[in-house]
Write a protein that binds this ligand. Structure first.
Ligand SMILES: [Zn+2]
Ligand SMILES: [Zn+2]
Length: 201
């Protein structure tokens, strides 16, 4: 029997690792029970996911089961594979208004490496019934680049969120007026009356 966290091997009769306070498993390469406190982790950007996602919206990579050990280090519960997932399928499950948008119709409303920010913006668009699509940075070259540590924004395009041209103004106004985001510079004339100005700075 093995401890899924410290990976120590135990003799017959043991069922629990007291050091890690976790039940032992039979096979470290195929942990088929849920481990206390486990979540999904992106093997590349180390973003944690706790809501059943299978892919990282930022990196587009398959998430890996993981826990945090006593030293606050991530421990993988399965071998990390740097495999891309088809995000469209997953996004369709998460957001009602996620849809394919023709490139000729698409206008970018956000370009960012910040996975949290991307998700917030998609939540916001979805809640306000605006159709949108997530566009991954260009393909194989950029994924290889980031795995090998090349992270220069010059060499690596950002993931984007696009909306249809007809929704552009509504989307930008929405994002500009969101108190949660605060990053957007929108031309004055696009921003309507704003009765909840909170200027914390
Ligand atoms: Zn242990
Ligand atoms: Zn990631």
């Amino acid at each position: 029997m093995f401890c899924p966290i410290c990976k120590g091997e135990f003799r017959e009769g043991f069922t629990h690792c007291d050091n890690c306070n976790v039940d032992l498993v039979e096979d470290l390469n195929n942990i088929n029970v849920k481990i206390d406190g486990e979540f999904m982790l992106c093997p590349q950007c180390h973003t944690e996911f706790h809501e059943g996602q299978t892919g990282c919206p930022d990196c587009g990579l398959k998430l890996v089961r993981a826990v945090i050990d006593k030293n606050d280090e991530y421990v993988f519960l399965e071998e990390p594979v740097f495999e891309r997932v088809d995000s469209t399928q997953e996004f369709n499950n998460l957001w009602r208004h996620y849809c394919e948008i023709e490139p000729s119709q698409a206008v970018t409303v956000l370009e960012s490496m910040d996975g949290e920010m991307l998700k917030k913006v998609m939540d916001l668009l979805d809640q306000n019934d605006i159709n949108f699509m997530f566009v991954e940075p260009n393909e194989a070259a950029s994924t290889l680049g980031s795995i090998f540590g090349v992270n220069s924004p010059l060499e690596r395009p950002f993931p984007k969120i696009v909306v249809k041209r007809e929704d552009e103004e509504r989307a930008l106004t929405l994002l500009a007026n969101s108190s949660e985001l605060g990053l957007f510079e929108v031309p004055e004339e696009l921003v309507g009356d704003d009765d909840e100005e909170d200027d914390d700075e």
